[in-house]
Design a protein around this ligand. Structure first.
Ligand SMILES: Nc1ncnc2c1ncn2[C@@H]1O[C@H](COP(=O)(O)OP(=O)(O)OP(=O)(O)O)[C@@H](O)[C@H]1O
Length: 242
């Protein structure tokens, strides 16, 4: 982990209006995430975890406040620019993998690379094989999702998330549907991705054992952080080692 703040949220809020009702899943949130940190977010159902994750991943835009990632202000980007930013800089890992069932592991991992027109078939092959090797599934390239275990499917999904080499990975309950042993393999992999490859990882989880794999755990309640999300201000109560 470095001292450089990679993700910075200041006064970050998200509001949805449905008819007469206004819902505010996130309210005036301040958060610093250093480059290379593996951060876990916990909190009760409806506390705003997925909303925060989707803002950080550039899937949704904040209503007010600022969100800067790698020096770029995401809140000011148009929809098109945000989509372009996301495809280059952020890999998303879902609880239920979201693999395409009719494609093989190799073809699923290839999907994000098809957006990069300048990459040749050979370049793609090298990257896909490296990603398969990293997640320990080199022998399963030709298998479809239905021929893989849940843990293997999640490893293919992680290979797909990292194949284009984004600096940031967001994971929404990546171990939520897995047994202990498969969950441990996924968490070990995420630790390696931050520790050895310098990826910044933000992971939502309900499982405190999964959160233990992260450098730091923050808790959300009613759209606000219970612990300070700022580095150096309250590191002890944040449970972090930074
Ligand atoms: N698109 C939307 N329109 C209206 N309300 C929304 C929308 N997205 C989220 N919300 C509301 O925002 C609140 C926070 O939702 P969010 O999904 O971020 O919570 P969560 O902490 O991830 O919950 P869970 O652990 O159950 O996944 C909820 O009350 C939810 O109903």
């Amino acid at each position: 982990m470095t001292n450089e703040v990679f993700i910075q949220c200041r006064g970050l809020s998200k509001t949805y209006k449905k008819g007469e009702t206004t819902v505010t899943p996130l309210e005036a949130l301040d958060l610093d995430v250093p480059r290379g940190e593996f951060l876990a977010l916990m909190g009760p159902s409806g506390s705003g975890k997925t909303t925060l994750l989707n803002l950080i991943a550039g899937i949704d835009s904040p209503t007010t406040g600022s969100l800067t990632i790698g020096g770029r202000e995401l809140g000011k980007m148009s929809r098109g620019k945000l989509t372009e930013w996301r495809s280059r800089h952020c890999g998303y890992i879902f609880q239920l993998y979201h693999l395409v069932p009719i494609l093989t592991a190799y073809e699923n991992i290839e999907l994000p690379l098809l957006l990069e027109k300048e990459l040749s078939r050979k370049d793609r092959k090298e990257k896909i094989e490296a990603a398969l090797d990293l997640v320990g599934l080199s022998g399963r390239a030709d298998h479809r999702p239905s021929e893989l275990s849940g843990g293997q499917e999640q490893r293919v999904a992680i290979a797909r998330a990292i194949v284009a080499d984004p600096e940031l990975l967001v994971a929404d309950e990546p171990t939520g549907d897995l047994d202990r042993e498969s969950a441990k393999q996924i968490l070990d992999l995420l630790q390696r991705l931050s520790g050895e490859m310098g990826k910044t990882i933000v992971m939502v989880t309900h499982d405190s054992k999964a959160a233990d794999a992260a450098h730091r755990t923050l808790h959300l309640e009613k759209g606000q952080l219970v612990d300070s999300g700022l580095i150096g201000m309250d590191a002890s109560s944040a449970g972090g080692e930074i």
